[in-house]
Ligand binder design. Sequence first.
Ligand SMILES: [Zn+2]
Length: 237
Amino acid sequence: MKILFLHGWHSLPGGVKPTYLKDHGIEVTNPKLDDDDFQAALEHAREEFDKHRPEVVVGSSRGGALAMNLDRSESKLVLLCPAWKKWGLATKVRSDTIILHSRADDVIPYEDSVELARTSNATLIECGHDHRLADDESLAVMLWACQLSASGEKLPWTEDDPESNSKNKPIGDDATYICDSCGEEIVIPLDLTEGVHQRYVEDCPVCCNANVIFVDVDDRGNVSVHAQPEQDRDELS
Ligand SMILES: [Zn+2]
């Protein structure tokens, strides 16, 4: 898979995120882009795109704004806290765009991505703890989003109706766990917009004993779910 990675303002090529993608076998083009001249950076990004024909363009922060303004309609985008309100003219993306953003981002407001996802009917995944999105979880989600975009497959939890506003709700995507108390198989809806490592308590609908539910998505997009009785929770790390 080929990716064009557009770095953020005053970031350098070879950072944690493109390196992570390279380490997972992806061919990454990571050009040094002009920090001060947005238009020059955009022209440079277009040249790189036309030269390498990447399957996915990943844009981080200002690089996200560059990705949105590329004018290459065939390009699939994975945007990391895109600074689209600060740079460039584009205010919409393709609906198959995946946006990653942390609610705790103190550089680019999380709400900017909420707005972009809503007006474009794109998918927003909340992850990470800051603007950098360089923690293990964010890196894994980024890789997963790139692989999914490149494959052309639909997001596992999105619905068919493009007019619907409930994009962030899981539709028809369920998982099951076995209740430890009664042995029944319990069906739960999956909402991956809640994160790739979820922990929550739910009463078994059959025997009413409380279970701690663990939902984990690995970096290949495989979902695993299991449950433990709540009284064991103190032993969990
Ligand atoms: Zn039960």
